[in-house]
Structure formats: structure tokens, C-alpha cells
Design a binder for this molecule. Structure first.
Ligand SMILES: O=C(CO)COP(=O)(O)O
Length: 132
């Protein structure tokens, strides 16, 4: 599961993660650097860190989506600000859509999508139905 938040949304993500920390502790997490450092410092949540978003972290998470390593992308973007790496932000959204990865852009969506992602991460890969 990937956790990312723009600066104006980091408090919202921390509040959401605090509410779900029990479930999140059972998941392998990846986060952009500043987001992940905050999760570790404030909540003791461990995440694998990629680069900060403006330095290529969004693209690294996009590559993980292509490799089918992300079950849920929680990405709280700032709808009222512009980002220097807007093209990377759009590309990450686009890859989530292309690869049909659940994408939560706000706490209400993340609340709905988290239980399903936890189930899918815990479940073994589905077995192909036998045609015979
Ligand atoms: O900018 C980001 C996503 O686009 C997030 O990066 P940081 O977590 O390093 O702030």
C-alpha cells in the first residue's frame, strides 16, 4: 500500500493513519520521503521510503504500480495549490487508473477502500478456474 500526501494534506493523512494504525501496522507500506518520515515520527508507522515527490518519488511509486506491487494508493493531493511536479502527480494518478489500482484522494475514500485492500493483501492469489 502506498501513502502520499502533499504538504497541505499531511495533517489529514496523519489523522487518517492514526485512526487506522492497527490495520496499517499489518500492511507493508511505501511512502514518499517526507510523508513516510512523518508517519514514522508521529505514529511509529514503518514504511519503505522512496524519494520525496518533487524529486521523483511519485514516479517511483508509479513504477511499483506497473509492477503490480501496490494494492491501494492513498494519495491526498492539495486541490487548492499547484505543485512544481504537477506532471508527476498527474502521471501517478494516470498509472493508478490504467492499472486499475484503487486510489483514495481523501479520508472518506480511504476509509472505504482500506478494508478491501487489507483483505486482498492478506489473501493468497486467486487460483484460475479449471476449465475441465
Ligand atoms: O509531493 C508529494 C507527492 O506528489 C509528496 O512528497 P513528500 O511526501 O516527500 O512530501
Amino acid at each position: 500500500m502506498a501513502l502520499v500526501a502533499h504538504d497541505a494534506k499531511k495533517t489529514e493523512l496523519l489523522d487518517w493513519a492514526a485512526r487506522h494504525q492497527e490495520a496499517l501496522r499489518g500492511c507493508r507500506l511505501v511512502a514518499t520521503r517526507t510523508t513516510g518520515e512523518l508517519l514514522a515520527r508521529r505514529l511509529g508507522l514503518r514504511a519503505d521510503l522512496v524519494a520525496s515527490g518533487p524529486l521523483g518519488g511519485d514516479q517511483q511509486i508509479g513504477a511499483m504500480i506497473v509492477e503490480e506491487r501496490i494494492a491501494l494508493l492513498v494519495f491526498f493531493t492539495d486541490p487548492l495549490g499547484t505543485q512544481p511536479h504537477e506532471s508527476d502527480v498527474r502521471a501517478l494518478h494516470r498509472l493508478a487508473v490504467v492499472h486499475d489500482v484503487p486510489l483514495a484522494s481523501n479520508p472518506a475514500s480511504a476509509d472505504v477502500l482500506l478494508p478491501d485492500a487489507c483483505l486482498r493483501m492478506a489473501a493468497p492469489a486467486p487460483v484460475e478456474a479449471d476449465a475441465a
